[in-house]
Design a protein around this ligand. Structure first.
Ligand code: KIV
Length: 272
């Protein structure tokens, strides 16, 4: 189905709701630094997520738990400097919003003030409703995240598909409704059955952005390093790789090493 695309100079939370209403799918990708965000933004990606996946992709940790609020603010401010069109959403990291709603608000304010980002993302539903409500009351747009929520990996035990059982699917549906009622502007659904994701997308008026959640939702998000094939050891079923940058980069860098060793680089034209 082809849908007329409206031209946006700057994507806002309102633009995303309009896209859902008009049937235009929303594109979202991660970025953690200025150079990557510049390319992602120029390619007209609607939303740039400064994901706490930076903990895995950039810092090499096994989980998203170790990344700190200060580190997220550093990544986010680099991305904000590059993004001229995209809405920039920043993950509130593990440990900076779970204790109480005051702490959650303080962390959200720090992200908005110190990075210049446009919105924050939180993982969870009813367990964090006090914090979500308080952040929203301060005028900070909040994106939810349900399904596989990597900050709770030690509770789940694995990264397998969530909400396959009735009870968990029912909780996910009611959490999505709750986040909508509280005033969240969008929700990410990660690694859940496509039929469930579509049902949720049809039951709420805010955009549902999927990762491993099928094609019946309002938009898609991927980690940009996965899409480019830089994280070559990670190949979940939901991932479409558009490049194999790991191999291309390895080849280029090996060539450089050879050229230095053989004294081919630099040549006269590359010297002063
Ligand atoms: O941190 C992240 O990159 C995310 C996406 C996988 C949605 O939360």
């Amino acid at each position: 189905m082809s849908v007329a695309k409206k031209e946006y100079k700057r994507i806002t939370v309102k633009s995303l709701i309009e896209m859902k209403q008009s049937g235009e799918k929303i594109s979202m990708l991660t970025s953690y630094d200025y150079s990557m965000a510049k390319i992602v933004d120029a390619a007209n990606v609607d939303v740039i997520l400064v994901g706490d996946s930076a903990s895995n992709v950039i810092a090499g940790h096994e989980t998203t738990l170790p990344i700190t609020l200060d580190q997220m603010i550093y990544h986010a401010s680099s991305v904000v400097r590059a993004a001229k069109r995209a809405l920039v959403v920043v993950d509130i990291p593990f440990g900076s919003y779970q204790s109480d709603s005051k702490e959650a608000l303080r962390s959200a304010i720090r992200i908005m003030k110190e990075s210049g980002a446009h919105a924050i993302k939180v993982e969870g539903g009813t367990e964090i409703k006090g914090s979500v409500g308080r952040i929203l009351q301060a005028g900070i747009p909040v994106m939810g995240h349900l399904g596989l929520t990597p900050q709770s990996i030690y509770k789940f035990g694995t990264y397998t598909v969530r909400a396959k059982e009735e009870e968990e699917a029912e909780k996910l549906k009611s959490d999505a409704k709750l986040l909508e009622e509280l005033g969240c502007f969008a929700i990410v659904l990660e690694k859940i059955p496509a039929t469930l994701a579509q049902e949720v997308a049809e039951s709420v008026s805010i955009p549902i952005i999927g990762i491993g959640a099928g094609n019946g939702v309002d938009g898609q998000v991927l980690v940009v390093h996965d899409l480019l094939g830089m994280t070559h050891e990670f190949h979940p079923r939901f991932l479409r790789r558009y490049m194999n940058l790991y191999d291309d980069m390895s080849e280029a860098i090996s060539q450089y090493v050879d050229d230095v060793k053989s004294r081919d680089f630099p040549n006269d034209d590359e010297s002063y």
